[in-house]
Unconditional design. Structure first.
Length: 344
């Protein structure tokens, strides 16, 4: 079951109600908020969904009439949510129903329909992707902004391969070498969006516990800190650290909020990943509120490199301590790395 809801616009950072506010310039069509998704979201599907939904609403065509033209209400809703490939025949049928006669617009809709059927690069990895994560993966790859709060580990997109491999091994203790390799390949493939021609802005708040917890071998931890230092230099990436003594209320778990597209028909599509669930949440505004508060309370991004260098020094001191080898797996090998680093 789905419902329509305004998620806000650039002029209404707090969101619009269904009727709009006085002085609000938001003309965005309502956004479908599905409870669960059968497939990944891709940019062609989302763009086509926005166009079809916008045309129907502007022409004041009822859902019943549009659904009858494509065969079912469920199919129309899936097309208008961008969670399924759309048949060119169905798209052209809707375009005719909506009174679209100019060749340019019909051609654009047809091209989007054709592209909506293309498989994502993640198809070879589909057997490794739990169904609840697949829509998030598609949204992530089409994102303009990704904001997250991390409490247990460095977020996937920012993980060094050595750190990622250790986390994957811990999360999948029964997996064989080939599965572990493919899981790492999938994660590294996701990270390519950071180096795309038009990358999303990624804004991360790290709980300081992430820097203190020795969840992986020391050498991998060191390389992760060094990797974060490099990432902090990217202009589209912002990393803040939430100090342990911040004294502020914190959300109950990790949050990832993705904004997909900046379009005349859809301004914000929010996707929430929390713990082991991923969904378009009715509480997206609440998640954004949490992230805004965290950003205000966390240390300024300019302070993050210094905190990472301090973490590297602490790791080196642990490696040099008599009990370091027992307390920190791989500690003996990290001392040489930290001493050779020009960053410390």
């Amino acid at each position: 079951m789905s419902a329509e809801r305004h998620l806000g616009c650039a002029d209404c950072a707090g969101g619009c109600d269904a009727g709009g506010r006085a002085g609000c310039r938001c003309t965005m069509a309502p956004v479908w908020v599905p409870q669960c998704e059968p497939d990944a979201l891709t940019r062609p599907r989302l763009l086509l969904a926005a166009r079809l939904r916008g045309l129907r609403l502007r022409r004041r065509i009822s859902v019943e009439a549009a659904a009858a033209s494509v065969g079912s209400r469920a199919l129309l809703q899936a097309m208008e949510r961008g969670v399924t490939a759309s048949s060119p025949h169905h798209v052209m049928t809707l375009a005719t129903l909506y009174g679209v006669t100019d060749h340019e617009t019909r051609s654009m809709l047809l091209q989007l329909a054709l592209h909506s059927g293309q498989e994502g690069w993640w198809e070879p990895y589909r057997s490794l992707i739990r169904p609840g994560f697949l829509p998030f993966l598609g949204a992530e790859q089409a994102a303009q902004m990704i904001r997250c709060y991390a409490v247990d580990a460095v977020p996937d997109l920012l993980q060094h391969p050595d750190y990622a491999r250790a986390v994957i091994v811990r999360a999948h203790p029964g997996a064989g070498d080939e599965e572990l390799r493919r899981r790492l390949d999938l994660l590294l493939r996701r990270q390519r969006i950071l180096y795309a021609a038009e990358p999303p802005h990624v804004w991360v708040v790290l709980d300081e516990k992430v820097l203190l917890r020795r969840a992986v071998p020391a050498r991998a931890m060191y390389r992760q800190f060094d990797h974060l230092l490099d990432l902090c230099e990217l202009p589209h990436l912002t990393v803040q650290v939430m100090p342990l003594d911040a004294g502020t209320a914190l959300p109950p778990g990790p949050i990832a909020l993705v904004r997909v597209l900046q379009d005349r028909d859809v301004t914000r599509v929010a996707y929430l990943q929390q713990l082991d669930t991923a969904m378009y949440p009715l509480e997206a505004d609440r998640a954004r509120h949490w992230l805004n508060n965290l950003a205000v309370q966390a240390a300024h991004p300019d302070q993050t490199p210094a905190r990472l260098r301090q973490a590297i020094r602490e790791l080196a001191e642990e490696a040099a301590a008599p009990a370091g080898d027992a307390g920190v797996p791989g500690a003996a090998s990290v001392a040489d790395d930290t001493e050779a680093s020009a960053r410390v």
